[in-house]
Design a protein around this ligand. Structure first.
Ligand SMILES: O=c1ccn([C@H]2C[C@H](O)[C@@H](COP(=O)(O)OP(=O)(O)OP(=O)(O)O)O2)c(=O)[nH]1
Length: 161
C-alpha cells in the first residue's frame, strides 16, 4: 500500500458519501474546518497540553483512530485541489514537543484553507509526518488504521448515520 492507493481509496469513499448525501456544492471549506476539528480531537486524546491534570493520554488505538480521521480529510482536500502527485509518506524523524507541533499544524491547515497552494498542502503533510513520528506511528500503522476507518465510514453511510 502506498500513498497513491490511499488517494484512490479516499476518492471512492468521497464519491460514495457525496452520492449518499446528495452533495452538489463545493465542500472545500467544510472539509478544511473538519480537518481543524480532527486535529483538535487528536490533541485532546493525547492530553499533551493538559498541565492541570495528572490523567495520562488515551489508549494508543484511540489516538491512532483520531490521527487517521485527519488523514482522510487531508487526502480529501488534496483530491479537491488536484494535489495528488505525492509519492512518499513524509518520514520526519524530529523529536519535538507535541503541543508545539499541534500549534504549527493548526497554523499550516488554516494557511492552506486561506490560500490553497500545493506548497501549503505539502506543509500539512510534513506536519503530520512530524506528528506521526512523535506519536510513534509508522506508515504501516497509519495504513492499517486508515483502511479500518475507511470501511467503517462506508458502514456509517449505509446505516443512515
Ligand atoms: O467527505 C468526507 C466526509 C467524511 N469523511 C470521513 C473522515 C472521517 O474518518 C469521518 C468523519 O469523522 P468522524 O468519524 O469523527 O465523524 P463524526 O461525524 O465527527 O463522528 P462522531 O459523531 O462519532 O464524532 O468521515 C471522508 O472521508 N470524506
Amino acid at each position: 500500500m502506498n500513498l497513491q492507493q490511499l488517494f484512490t481509496m479516499q476518492q471512492e469513499l468521497d464519491d460514495f458519501i457525496e452520492q449518499t448525501q446528495n452533495i452538489q456544492q463545493d465542500v472545500f471549506q467544510e472539509k478544511g474546518l473538519a480537518l481543524m476539528v480532527e486535529l483538535a480531537e487528536l490533541a485532546n486524546e493525547t492530553r499533551c497540553f493538559k498541565f492541570w491534570s495528572t490523567k495520562g493520554p488515551s489508549a494508543r488505538e484511540v489516538i491512532l483512530e483520531e490521527y487517521v480521521d485527519s488523514i482522510h480529510f487531508i487526502l480529501s482536500l488534496g483530491l479537491l485541489k488536484g494535489y495528488t502527485s505525492i509519492e512518499k509518506w513524509p518520514v520526519v524523524e524530529e523529536n519535538r514537543d507535541l503541543t508545539a507541533i499541534f500549534l504549527e499544524t493548526q497554523s499550516a491547515i488554516l494557511t492552506f484553507i486561506q490560500q490553497p497552494t500545493k506548497e501549503r498542502y505539502l506543509a500539512i503533510w510534513q506536519c503530520y509526518g512530524v506528528l506521526a513520528y512523535n506519536l510513534s506511528f509508522t506508515f504501516e500503522d497509519v495504513v492499517g488504521a486508515y483502511i479500518e476507518k475507511n470501511q467503517e465510514n462506508y458502514q456509517r453511510q449505509r446505516s443512515g448515520y
